[in-house]
Write a protein that binds this ligand. Sequence first.
Ligand code: PLP
Length: 396
Amino acid sequence: MQLAKRISDLGTETAFAVAAEAKAHAAKGHKVYPFHLGDMNIPTPENIVQATFKAVRDGKTGYCPNHGVAELRELLAEDINRSHGTHYRMENVCIQPGGKPVIGKFLLALMNPGDEVLYPSPGYPIYESLIEFFGGKAVPYSWSEGADRFELDPRRLADAVTQRTRLLVLNDMHNPTGADCSEGELADIAELARKHNLFVLCDEAYFAIRYAGKSLSLASFPGMEERCVILYTFSKKYAMTGWRLGAAIGPKPLIEVIAKLSLNDESCSNHFIQYGAIEALTNGDESARQIVRTLRERRDKAVELLRSIDGVKCFEPRTTFYLFPNVTEAMSKLGVEDYEAFRRRVLERTGVSFCTRTHFCRPLPGESEKYIRLAYSGVNVEDIEKGLAELKKFLG
Ligand code: PLP
């Protein structure tokens, strides 16, 4: 078999490989603490489940329009307008099978081969993978360690812009660092986008997962609604990762292209679960708040325990369900330089499974500090206590 040449440019989400390794370790009878994947062990709220079953029984089992069910598009536009202060209508929304498909469709719609696209590294690995797969030039920018949070420096971002830069991928409320931008930083990024005529993918997968402060969107800034596509997802807000439902929200001509790509790709998103999503947007606020309360308890415990480990430095993020502790000292105390060796050794000795910086796009030249990423969305407080106690014992 001779595969197409382009396949060699396709990256992947290596966190899934870590998950498989952890599963194999567990199959040998070991206890595993699964901090590796941003999946959730919190059940989807019951009213959403019931509304979906009802839709199946009501016969919502055929194809639906490729843009999605009209009522859901309308509700989502209203919901986003309330939280973002935007002016979207149903025509600005295309329902998708998850938030992830918005990334590729945004790039296919706007990026020509050779165009430069700014993307975060560390960052969600699919950006780098798909920019390169579709023939673009992936230009990384970085979040750096400040006094009490990871910071995005808009001046450094501006330095990365060239004549060929067309697009910016912004994942404020950031996987893997848990960082979020200040209003001033977002205003500077908006200014940059307007000045250089950049279109922006606003990956807002974690917009609703917030413990302090207020989530802001780049799309809310003057002149930005016209040049942003919001990646929306039901996955995290309503604990629906496996349902695969999200949306692209943006300027109508772009949404039309995205809908056309959807038509070519999957015809439409799953029909009946869109009625579960209607229920989520209509009666799901309290469940969403409860999910955040559960995650906050986990965050507090995990941060407290990580901070008690010698050689580990950890910020307390205000958003997402990720921690990105600096383990430079812990690794050096152990005499391990290589990320994979460290990760495997910790898994084998403690059962604690996590990803490292290398799972979140190519490291930048000159990077010397070492980081791991822990997702606490799939580990309850009791196991956070047990797992991180094991980690402390081992690293101590
Ligand atoms: N964007 C970011 C930053 C993510 O971390 C994820 C999932 O982990 C997604 C997008 C995609 O989520 P989904 O496809 O489940 O909506």
